[in-house]
Design a protein around this ligand. Sequence first.
Ligand code: HEM
Length: 181
Amino acid sequence: MLDDLKRATAAAHEKAEEHNPARHIIDHSITENQYHKLLAHNYQVYYAVEKFADNHKSKLPEKVQNLLSFNKTDRLKNDLESLGQSVAEIPDIDLTIPATRASIIGALYVIEGSMMGGMLIARHLKQCDQLSQKESKFYGGKPQQHVQRWQQFKDSVVDENFTDQEVQEAIKSANIIFKLF
Ligand code: HEM
C-alpha cells in the first residue's frame, strides 16, 4: 500500500513542491501576508482531514486509531493565534472522499507524510527576513518526533492487508487531499 501511494502521488507531490506557497519559505522570499495565508489554508485542510478521520475512527485499524489526534491542527492554531488570528474565523471545508478504511488511510498518508517536508521547511523559516515568526509550532518541533510518528504510521499500515481495489481507493483519496493544498 505505502509504495503504491508514494508512486501514485509522486506527480501530485512534485506539483506541491512547485506551487505550494511553502516554496517561498524555502527560497526565503515569503512575506508575512503569504505566510499567514499559508497557515490559515493549512489549518483548513489539516483540520478537515483530522476531523474526518476522528469522525470515522471505528472504520480504522486499532493501531491507526491510536495515532489519531488533532495535533497538527492544534499546532497551526497556536501559530495563527500568535499572529493574532483566531481560527474561529476560518470556515470549515467538507471532504469529498468516501468514509472507508482505505480512503481515510490515503488521506492520513498525505498529512502524516507532509511533515517530512515540514522539517525541511522549518530549517528555512529561520532565514526568512520578512517574517516576524521565525519559529513555528507547526513546521518546527523536534524532528525525531516527526520521524518517529511517520514511522509509526507506516508500521500501522504495513500490518494491514488491502485488496487491489482498496489500494486504488486510497490512492484516489490521497490525490484528492493533495489537490486541496
Ligand atoms: C515546498 C513544498 C514541499 C517540499 C519541499 C517537500 C519536501 C519533502 C521531502 C524532502 C520529503 C521526504 C522525502 C523522502 O524522505 O523520501 C517529503 C515527503 C512527503 N511529502 Fe512533501 N514537500 C513539500 C510539500 C508537501 C505537501 C504540500 C504535501 C501534502 C500536504 C506533502 C506530502 C508529502 C508526503 C505524503 C511525503 C511522504 C512520501 C513518502 O515517503 O511516501 N509535501 N516532502
